[in-house]
Write a protein that binds this ligand. Structure first.
Ligand SMILES: C[S@@+](CC[C@H](N)C(=O)[O-])C[C@H]1O[C@@H](n2cnc3c(N)ncnc32)[C@H](O)[C@@H]1O
Length: 442
């Protein structure tokens, strides 16, 4: 391939148009049959540009009033973002960037490419911080996040903890892989990993989960991954099914199941798929769930495409255990999915909260007396976590908190120290919340 730049541009345009960074990367790697080096260049630029998008865009916007970044053609927007990253993050001189990128430049406000890059280069970081007096708007540029999110974090935790969390959301977190015991044994897989010279560390407390310390081959390229013997799953996510603690013979409901990482883990723990019902609203995601459970050897799980907010109408039985892993802001995953932090507006958060409340209400109706619900999110916002649970307990005196053990995270003091919170800088995993509640009577 002559240059990876047009592919990086195309990926940036797709993300700009609302597609998810993860899907876009997967698509581009396959579509253009990229080799390992090209793949890592594509990953580097897309992830880094989206991690620092507000900062990069501000350099471009401050450089000239002749054009609006929003209104120029999307391929030029992508090219200017790459150029600005090269100038301001990689510290490349203007003439080097011009040589690398000029073949892809058409026109922006009738300016030559080198004039435009000289203008961007002349903007300093101090210029960007001008008129940013208050801490949240300064942090917004220092930690590349919307000001409203920073305000919320500071309100929750104070400044020191907020800074640590914000910093950690810019750093990579380790990759974890779960050995799918429905398809392979732990020993078989670790023997294979050794032959590929992959270095790993078993995770304490979570059986069959390992942290990948070093790998010469990307895990998705391994046959074991393609055959469903290995599942890439974050430590916090793998913890959720342990907290649910499914047992053989119990009726189990996974209310928001796709793509099925947790469902398949529940099957592996329960030792059977027979009494497990997995539900998802979105038809495309139900297809993904069905294919994935088949690949992972959990095809006997009953799958239902339905709105779990009104599930009682369709499902007449009750369940011993329910996992509710609802849609959320994903604010705990900004380090691996930096695109989502720019998509979410404050009003979207209210939409999630409403949905989470409705799903929890419905879960409570589908639960047997004595049964439990595990509620988990990859969000760092208390409104999607503690608030949902406290409000629910206030309205439902027949429910009480159980210890969400095994406890790896911090015990939530807002919830009697029984729920747990996980943070990237403390627990080497995505930001996560897990609570467990029990129904004591009707
Ligand atoms: C956080 S994801 C679940 C991840 C999954 N538990 C896993 O570990 O692989 C949330 C899922 O909820 C689904 N969803 C959204 N609204 C729903 C609803 N009203 N009823 C059922 N599922 C819903 C979405 O399609 C999405 O697949």
């Amino acid at each position: 391939m002559d240059s990876i730049i047009p592919i990086v541009m195309s990926a940036l345009e797709d993300i700009d148009n609302g597609k998810s960074l993860r899907n876009v990367l997967r698509f581009h790697v396959n579509q253009y049959n990229l080799d390992r080096e090209e793949e890592s260049t594509l990953y580097y630029y897309t992830n880094e540009i989206y991690r620092k998008l507000n900062w990069i865009d501000l350099f471009i916007k401050t450089s000239s009033s002749n054009f609006s970044l929003k209104k120029i053609k999307s391929d030029m927007r992508a090219l200017l973002r790459i150029a600005t990253h090269m100038l301001k993050v990689n510290n490349k001189p203007v003439d080097e960037v011009v040589t690398m990128l000029e073949p892809y430049y058409r026109s922006v406000a009738q300016m030559s490419f080198d004039t435009l890059l000289e203008l961007i280069q002349s903007v300093t970081e101090e210029n960007l911080f001008e008129n940013r007096e208050d801490l949240p708007s300064k942090y917004s540029l220092k930690y590349f996040t919307y000001t409203w999110i920073i305000r919320k974090f500071i309100k929750q935790w104070g400044v020191d903890f907020t800074e640590k969390v914000l910093q950690s959301l810019l750093e990579s977190i380790p990759m974890y892989v779960r050995i799918n015991t429905l398809k392979a044994s732990f020993d078989e897989i670790v023997d294979n990993l050794a032959t590929y010279e992959i270095k790993y560390t078993p995770v304490e407390i979570i059986p069959n989960l390992i942290r990948i310390d070093e790998t010469p081959v990307p895990i998705p390229r391994l046959d074991e991954f393609k055959e469903g013997k290995l599942v890439i799953q974050q430590k916090a996510s793998a913890l959720v099914s342990l907290v649910l603690n499914p047992q053989l013979g119990e009726e189990i409901l996974d209310m928001c199941a796709s793509p099925g990482g947790k469902t398949s883990h529940i099957v592996a723990q329960a030792g059977t798929a027979k009494n497990i019902l997995a539900v998802d609203l979105n038809k495309e995601r139900v297809k993904i769930l069905t294919d994935r459970l088949k690949l992972l050897g959990a095809e006997e799980v009953k799958i239902l495409s339905a709105d779990a907010r009104t599930l009682k109408k369709t499902v007449k039985s009750t369940f011993d255990k329910i996992l509710l892993d609802p849609p959320c802001s994903g604010s705990g995953t900004y380090s691996s999915r930096p695109d989502i932090k720019w998509r979410m507006k404050q009003r979207d958060l209210n939409w999630y909260i409403k949905l989470q409340n409705a799903l929890l209400d419905e879960a409570s109706k589908l639960l047997e007396v004595g049964g439990c619900i595990v509620y988990s999110t990859c969000s760092l916002f208390e409104d999607e976590n503690h608030e949902i649970i406290s409000q629910f307990l206030k309205n439902n005196s027949n429910f009480s908190l159980m210890l969400a053990s095994p406890m790896i995270g911090i015990e939530s003091n807002l919830l009697e120290n029984k729920a747990q919170e996980l943070y990237p800088h403390l627990h080497e995993t995505e930001g996560f919340f897990i609570a467990k509640i029990q129904k004591e009577g009707n």
